[in-house]
Ligand binder design. Sequence first.
Ligand SMILES: Cc1cc2nc3c(=O)[nH]c(=O)nc-3n(C[C@H](O)[C@H](O)[C@H](O)COP(=O)(O)OP(=O)(O)OC[C@H]3O[C@@H](n4cnc5c(N)ncnc54)[C@H](O)[C@@H]3O)c2cc1C
Length: 427
Amino acid sequence: MYNISAAQGDANTESGSRIFLYEVVGLRQSEETDNRRYPIRQSGSVFLKVPYHRMSQEMQRLTRLGSKIVSIRPLNADDEANGKATVVAAKSEVNAKAPAEDKLNVPPEIAPPEDEVKSTKLAPKSKPMTQAKSKTDIPVNIYRPNAPFVGKCISNEELVREGGIGTCRHVKFDISGSDLRYLEGQSIGIIPPGTDKNGKPQKLRLYSIASTRHGDDLNDQTVSLCVRQLEYKHPETGEMVQGVCSTHICHLQPGDEIKISGPTGKEMLLPEDPNANIIMMATGTGIAPFRAYLWRMFKETHEDYKFNGLAWLIFGVATTPNILYKQELEELQEKFPNNFRLSYAISREQKNQEGGRMYIQQRCQELAEDLWSLIEQEKTHTYICGLKGMEGGIDEALSGAAATKGVNWADYQKEIRRAGRWHVETY
Ligand SMILES: Cc1cc2nc3c(=O)[nH]c(=O)nc-3n(C[C@H](O)[C@H](O)[C@H](O)COP(=O)(O)OP(=O)(O)OC[C@H]3O[C@@H](n4cnc5c(N)ncnc54)[C@H](O)[C@@H]3O)c2cc1C
């Protein structure tokens, strides 16, 4: 059974709230150390206070600066009294000049008064330590729509099981021989063949990438999508209409060519901090970027990214057979119960508290207290992807939870959006 206190990450555990004292040598006096106000002693030792949850980050950073950690031990009252470790390790590269802002992670005896903490939480003026990737490193528009890369379909598999509604395919493309590279959370453009009703070439449609940057085969040679075939009854004629591009993709056979542009998008990137909490709210094919996140977090191994926060997916679908990637998601939950929480809202099967259909917003309402306790943490990022309009119900659910803590959700949401911790991509 999922245990929220175990899964909320280190900052809430006993060790998570503790501060450690690092003795560091070889930290040369430089512009950087000056900026961070590190007191370089004559012996060459520097003492740094490091909150438990940033220990590994700090180790990596100090190594990069060419220094060596001589000892690590818990900070005690004598250290404070001796004036040792008056410097708290910098939050991150981005926030390096603001060591004093570490208030939220210090133990109660040296923490600021409660109301000060509250106002820090509600008005995160500086960038949080879990900023998404630096925007300069993000690949965009390597292939323009007027000069797309022509890839090949490798496989095309149905994701909706028997008894489910509609068609949704997991499609993998070969991009070997191209310069295309991408990050989790980005999209690519697909240009369908043929012309539109005005005789002009078809325009591209965007699709969220469902694979990690390494691709499903882990060889950096593929990109995968999760595509629902659009089908609807024409409101006037009553005729069944099929979407141009989604139908084209859903009918691709292995070996068929496909025109790809992009990648695009900077809104849905994951933060680099492996200790960040990641809340994901998806409806239908909105699962695509989250599949990429989860694969990166739990299925792949990386030297520079070992996820250790809480990932929580709340997934809204119409019926159980419509739960896309169900088996893989449930396997992950079983394997990583302390780091991955999975909640479904199955609208046509489950009932909400009023006896109506269980849409994602009603599930969020039920879970609002847990959601709020995560969202108010500085290291939490929330992502919403899928049907246009789904944000409204989620806002409503969170407004109530925030109000019970005396917080105005609309104001708070503005702040976390500005701080890069609230990400929405709906279509
Ligand atoms: C950033 C982004 C990411 C996306 N990611 C994905 C993804 O991962 N997977 C995915 O499947 N899709 C995704 N989409 C949607 C995708 O881009 C296409 O819009 C979708 O596949 C439909 O394209 P189509 O060519 O099949 O339909 P089209 O032939 O372009 O037809 C769409 C048009 O049909 C009309 N229409 C649609 N439904 C109805 C209705 N019920 N009644 C009346 N008219 C209607 C509307 O005019 C609509 O513009 C994404 C969109 C964006 C912007």
